[in-house]
Design a binder for this molecule. Structure first.
Ligand SMILES: Nc1nc2c(c(=O)[nH]1)N[C@H]1C(S)=C(S)[C@@H](COP(=O)(O)OP(=O)(O)OC[C@H]3O[C@@H](n4cnc5c(=O)[nH]c(N)nc54)[C@H](O)[C@@H]3O)O[C@H]1N2
Ligand SMILES: Nc1nc2c(c(=O)[nH]1)N[C@H]1C(S)=C(S)[C@@H](COP(=O)(O)OP(=O)(O)OC[C@H]3O[C@@H](n4cnc5c(=O)[nH]c(N)nc54)[C@H](O)[C@@H]3O)O[C@H]1N2
Ligand code: SF4
Ligand SMILES: [Mo]
Length: 835
């Protein structure tokens, strides 16, 4: 038995380059439950991050009592991480929402579905009549199922006609989508997890994979413990476990000051060009924009960049050499880039590095513009983030027509006169009083949005009708006019797609508690009560259950890059998840995209006409057409610009925020698991040893972190980060403290600013000051097993749990990857690239 709190990644199963990743089946059952007691195993996949590890849920006496990784799945080959093992099913507790709540005399009281939905529908109708659809806003999630997003998107776009719909995916992976649209013409992950098994170098840009996709990191560790191990390069201001591995592998840890990613990337691109590591044939045949890129990065010498970023110029040279001279390079990008300054620009430079070397679409070479949330991919492809479903282009009238035909509505109903409203703007409209009906599903903005003092004011506005749909009475629910109790994972059926396009079916294992209903049923009920109809007077939504919604979505995806037409619930049962595109010609799905170097940039196909990365100014359709991209990718350039807030006399530190391995977001799920909670029970503040010393702060002392917007108070972890940078985990809201409720959440400190292209807010930088407020009583409640390890490891008791996970390294054959097609389906009309 293994203690997977102490050993996050589990036992090693090393293998050689190009050899398949062995199978290891991880199993955890609740105390007192033996394997023989399990009555049923129900197929699913973990919903605690974008890795999408396939698992079976153990059921006994109508309750979920454990999980087991699925050996035959391409994603995880049987493995699960600590959150999947301990956190994904233990919320059977007593504090679930079981009945709708409505506000009466200022307080939330239990009610019934008819009363609650009548209130919602009455307010909705009133506002539609008095003001029109622009009074309605929908703020959803990256954690519902595909069927739910598609239904919501059709309601919003074809039923009500409001452009005000977005997900918390705006906070999460809007930049992944934006960077892929800018470079490749469309959202859609080029790379594959199989590239981990065959790469020569692995670059992680602002991605703490060891803690945030723990099973994918196990896959990397198995390469790093095998023969011919890859070199790892990481760009992260903190000394994460990834950074440790980079140094141990002979790679490089680049620790730039937060807010300088674009400077660093321009430096890397310049080195690759200056050293002649560019594949000119590939660049000429398959890309546009080389000259402008080369000119933009020309001044960015290693010395120049190193000064801006606060790094050693030789480290930059070494990193560039690894990229420039390795045969196969895999890159991943995540929040250190997406949630920072110049997010899309910096993420596009990662795409550029690969395009310059022609390292895309072949085994071991590719880009993973990662997702974070388990179902964020579906929010984006179904259009619940405001985009048009199926990666269609809102500015292309033919794409709007296609949807109007599919839904049988007037094209004028479908909002497309301006770009969809992004989340930050949506909240602004609510603040200004033009959005007066805000329906929040599966997200907890009272903890997760930036600048919480402002968010609380918006949520509390008298003229804003707030609907909250969640499994728990969250911080956000406290502001609602109506709270709708939702069925959660394991209590409902649906599909979702992970960061490498792999679609999984999640079956219903148990009944939802009390009167809780699936989000799909709630949305369908709203559509029915609103009597939403198509052009011919038939009900707008023609489906009644998850499989019906999936079938409808398949039609919507037909012929697009994210083609699901070759999938079905039956096909997803029993075996492995399947990566899209999956159609008649590619019945087993596709492992990688763009092996042929042809990208969906043709003006009739592309999802977006692109932007100026520096200003966010949109490219006019005519200008885009005139460039004749026709299958070639864009090498997009931008100069470095300094961040909007920099350390100064009053606020001398940069504060960055993020995650720990043991908790998921605002902890509604992981905070209820005894083991995960024990590993990181309370918030903390990480300081470098030198900064702590200068402030007179010792391990565990209470410190106050203040930004121009708010403050956090928590014990200090004297850690291993770079000097001048403070780290605060963002998992802690205020639901389990008394006293000063508002001084725990990292977002008290963060600012209302966003990237000009992706509109993703900047959670990764704020200027702060730090002061000691009291002596400590012991070490900070931070894990020792992660990036938050103390500077003096011996001085703090090690984080541990219990020996309660079985890891079976079986002799089973690992699942074979689906083929990489010679030509990517869904990028037609095919126009042969020049060259
Ligand atoms: N355990 C756990 N796993 C999760 C989640 C979770 O809550 N908990 N959430 C999931 C979700 S939704 C997401 S989006 C992902 C996020 O996954 P990650 O992006 O890996 O997680 P973060 O901790 O937000 O940020 C990653 C790193 O960015 C670094 N960073 C901060 N500022 C900068 C900067 O200016 N430049 C650079 N280069 N790096 C910087 C931080 O030091 C941090 O180590 O994780 C997913 N997986
Ligand atoms: N400072 C700072 N802030 C951040 C970040 C950061 O790195 N730093 N990261 C940002 C990122 S990347 C993300 S993704 C967000 C996450 O922020 P949130 O989305 O606010 O975080 P969660 O705690 O996951 O909230 C999801 C809610 O949905 C509920 N839920 C789960 N499943 C279901 C379901 O099936 N149906 C319904 N109706 N409800 C469900 C859960 O109970 C929970 O209350 O936070 C963002 N905020
Ligand atoms: S890596 Fe992500 S999907 Fe896999 S078990 Fe862990 S939390 Fe779940
Ligand atoms: Mo996220």
């Amino acid at each position: 038995m293994a203690d997977r709190i102490a050993d996050i990644w589990g036992a090693r199963t090393p293998h050689a380059k190009d050899a398949p990743w062995p199978v290891r089946v991880d199993l955890h059952l609740d105390e007192g439950v033996a394997e023989a007691d399990v009555e049923r195993w129900v197929q699913s996949a973990c919903v605690l991050c974008s890795n999408g590890c396939a698992c079976d849920i153990a059921v006994k006496d109508g309750r979920m009592v454990g999980v087991r990784g699925r050996a035959g799945d391409v994603v995880n080959h049987g493995r699960l991480g600590p959150k999947g093992l301990y956190g994904s099913w233990q919320w059977n507790g007593d504090d679930r929402l079981t009945r709708p709540l409505v506000r009466r005399g200022g307080v939330l009281v239990e009610s019934d579905w008819d009363t609650a939905m009548d209130l919602v529908v009455r307010r909705s109708r009133e506002l539609l009549t008095e003001v029109g659809p622009l009074s309605h806003g929908f703020y959803t999630s990256g954690q519902l199922f595909l069927e739910e997003y598609y239904t919501l998107a059709v309601i919003g776009k074809a039923g009500l006609g409001t452009p005000h719909m977005d997900g918390n995916t705006r906070l999460c992976t809007a930049t992944a989508a934006a960077a892929m649209k800018e470079s490749f013409g469309s959202d859609g992950q080029p790379g594959s997890y199989h590239d981990v098994d065959s790469c020569d170098a692995l670059f992680l840009f602002g991605h703490n994979m060891a803690e945030t996709q723990t099973v994918l990191w196990s896959r990397v560790l198995d390469r790093l413990h095998g023969p011919d191990r890859p070199a790892v390069v990481v760009v992260d201001p903190r000394r994460t476990k990834v950074a440790d591995a980079a140094v141990a592998s002979g790679g490089v840890h680049l620790a730039p000051l937060p807010g300088t990613n674009q400077a660093l990337m321009n430096g890397l691109v310049r080195e690759v060009i200056a050293n002649g590591w560019v594949d000119r044939d590939y660049v000429d045949a398959h890309t546009l924009g080389y000259d402008e890129l080369a000119a933009t990065v020309e001044p960015c010498t290693p010395e120049h960049v190193a000064e801006t970023c606060g790094i050693d110029p030789d480290d930059l040279r070494r990193a560039a050499r690894i990229f420039g001279t390795s045969d196969r390079v895999l890159s991943t990008v995540l929040q250190g880039f997406y949630q920072s300054h110049q997010a899309t620009a910096a993420s596009c430079q990662v795409n550029n590095l690969h395009l310059l070397r022609g390292l895309i679409g072949s085994p071991g070479s590719g880009v993973l513009q990662m997702n974070g949330q388990p179902t964020a991919q579906n929010t984006r492809e179904c259009g619940a983030d405001g985009d048009l479903p199926g990666f269609r282009n809102w500015a292309n009238p033919e794409h709007v027509e296609q949807l109007a035909r599919l839904w049988n509505v007037d094209p004028a109903t479908i909002p497309h006169w301006a770009p969809p409203t992004h989340a930050m703007q949506l909240w602004r409209y609510a603040e200004q009083g033009s959005i007066r009906f805000l329906w929040i599903s599966a997200t907890n903005p009272a903890v997760s949005l930036p600048e919480l003092p402002r968010v609380r004011e918006i949520l509390a506005r008298e003229d804003l009708f707030v609907v909250v749909q969640d499994g728990f009475r969250t911080e956000t629910a406290e502001y609602a006019d109506v709270v709708l109790p939702a069925a959660l994972w394991g209590e409902k059926q649906g599909t979702f797609t992970n960061a490498n396009r792999t679609v999984h079916l999640s079956e219903r294992a148990v009944e939802p508690p009390g009167e809780a209903r699936s989000d799909l049923d709630i949305f369908l009920d709203y559509a029915r009560r609103m009597d939403l109809r198509d052009r011919d007077g038939a009900p707008l939504i023609g489906w009644h259950d998850p499989e019906g919604a999936f079938e409808a979505w398949k039609e919507c995806s037909r012929g697009r890059l994210c083609d699901y037409t070759g999938l079905s619930y039956d096909k997803l049962r029993g075996g492995s998840g399947i990566p899209w595109p999956c159609d008649e010609d590619h019945p087993d799905g596709c492992d990688r995209l763009y092996a042929d170097g042809v990208f969906p940039t043709h003006p009739d196909v592309c999802e977006d006409y692109g932007h100026d990365l520096l200003t966010g100014g949109a490219t006019a359709p005519e200008r885009y057409r005139a460039r004749r991209p026709d299958g070639r990718a864009f090498l997009k350039a931008a100069e470095y610009a300094p961040p909007p807030e920099q350390p100064n006399e009053d606020y001398p530190f940069v504060c960055t925020t993020g995650r720990t391995a043991y908790h998921f977001h605002t902890r509604t799920k992981t905070g209820r698991s005894r083991r995960l909670r024990g590993a990181a029970p309370e918030p903390w503040v990480e300081l470098s040893a030198r900064d702590a010393d200068a402030l007179g702060v010792r391990e565990g002392d209470l410190v106050r972190v203040e930004s121009p917007r708010g403050r956090v108070e928590a014990p200090a972890r004297v850690g291993r980060g770079r000097d001048g940078v403070v780290f605060v985990p963002f998992h802690y809201g205020y639901w389990d403290t008394d006293g000063d409720r508002h001084a725990r959440a990292a977002n008290e400190l963060t600012m209302t600013e966003w990237d000009p292209v992706s509109k993703q807010p900047l959670f990764k930088l704020a200027a702060v000051r730090v002061t000691k407020s009291a002596d400590g009583t012991g070490p900070a409640p931070a894990p020792t097993t992660t990036a938050s390890a103390p500077h003096d490891l011996a001085s703090v008791p090690a984080t541990r749990g219990e020996d309660d996970v079985r890891e079976d390294v079986t002799s089973a054959d690992p699942p074979a990857p689906p083929p990489t097609p010679d030509r990517t389906p869904g990028v037609l009309p095919h126009v042969a690239p020049k060259g």
